[in-house]
Write a protein that binds this ligand. Structure first.
Ligand code: ATP
Ligand code: ATP
Ligand code: CA
Length: 220
């Protein structure tokens, strides 16, 4: 089943969303105020339209109401981003995802009812920072402002030890929710406390950021 998406703002972020959705076979309406952007994307997406989405009548004429999910990827012009989001909300769009430029922008977007606010530069920066701290931290997913899930590769400090011996929950307050074993590529989603961890096994760990940080420093 094809689902309909509208993407407003064809910068690097919005453009990348358009390409990916289209490659996945989705029907995408791409909107930008600049003609050159529309020319760039008209052969990539199903529909591409030049429009200023801060104009309410323009939005109505586009039939934006018929879209189940609208992505607002207007970056620098925070006022245009907020106005557009507000009008989409008033038009009753069920799902609105908006890219925030900074924390204040994010706050306003949440207040006016954006369903999902993303902050790609900040979040990608954080993820890369964690990867830089240790080559054994493979990925980092934020659950909230102070909780995350991390994917860590066991090094020599964990090799040959069990979860009991490492005492991770008591020592660090984090939970190991899954272990991907290096040798048989199995993923064990409810690891036993006596499972022996080998070097290069991958542990999925959930916890408060400050606890995960201690765990990373001492064991990873
Ligand atoms: P990037 O994802 O490249 O970092 P950005 O966050 O820096 O992008 P901008 O380049 O400022 O964001 O904006 C993204 C796009 O949104 C631009 O192509 C711009 O033309 C478009 N845009 C800005 N205002 C409007 C508007 N009122 N209506 C429609 N499109 C708009
Ligand atoms: P964002 O991550 O916010 O999307 P961007 O990719 O759009 O950023 P810019 O804002 O153009 O990138 O640049 C990022 C930073 O790099 C700016 O703070 C700018 O002052 C700095 N910068 C740019 N050129 C130089 C330079 N030659 N030497 C040192 N700093 C620079
Ligand atoms: Ca940018």
């Amino acid at each position: 089943m094809k689902r309909e998406f509208a993407v407003i703002g064809l910068g690097r972020f919005g453009g990348s969303i358009c390409r990916e959705l289209s490659e996945e076979g989705m029907d995408v309406l791409a909107i930008d105020i600049h003609e050159e952007k529309i020319n760039e994307y008209k052969n990539i997406v199903a529909h591409a339209v030049i429009a200023d989405t801060t104009d309410e009548n323009t939005l109505k004429e586009l039939g934006i109401r018929n879209f189940e999910h609208v992505i607002v990827a207007i970056g620098e012009n925070i006022q245009a981003s907020i106005l557009t989001t507000l009008m989409l909300k008033e038009l009753g769009i069920k799902k609105i995802t908006v890219k925030a430029q900074n924390d204040y922008h994010e706050k306003v977007l949440n207040k006016i009812g954006a369903d999902h606010v993303v902050h790609p530069e900040r979040d990608m920066g954080r993820r890369i920072a964690h990867n830089i701290i240790s080559t054994n931290i493979l990925d980092h997913l934020e659950l909230s402002d102070d909780h995350s899930i991390v994917e860590v590769k066991a090094g020599s400090r964990m090799h040959g030890k069990t979860l009991i011996e490492l005492d991770i929950r008591a020592q660090f307050g984090c939970n190991v929710v899954a272990i991907k074993q290096a040798n048989d590529k199995q993923i064990n989603v409810s690891p036993m406390a006596d499972q022996i961890i080998d070097q290069d096994d991958v542990l999925i760990v959930i916890g408060a950021d400050k606890d995960i940080s201690r765990f990373e420093k001492q064991l990873v």
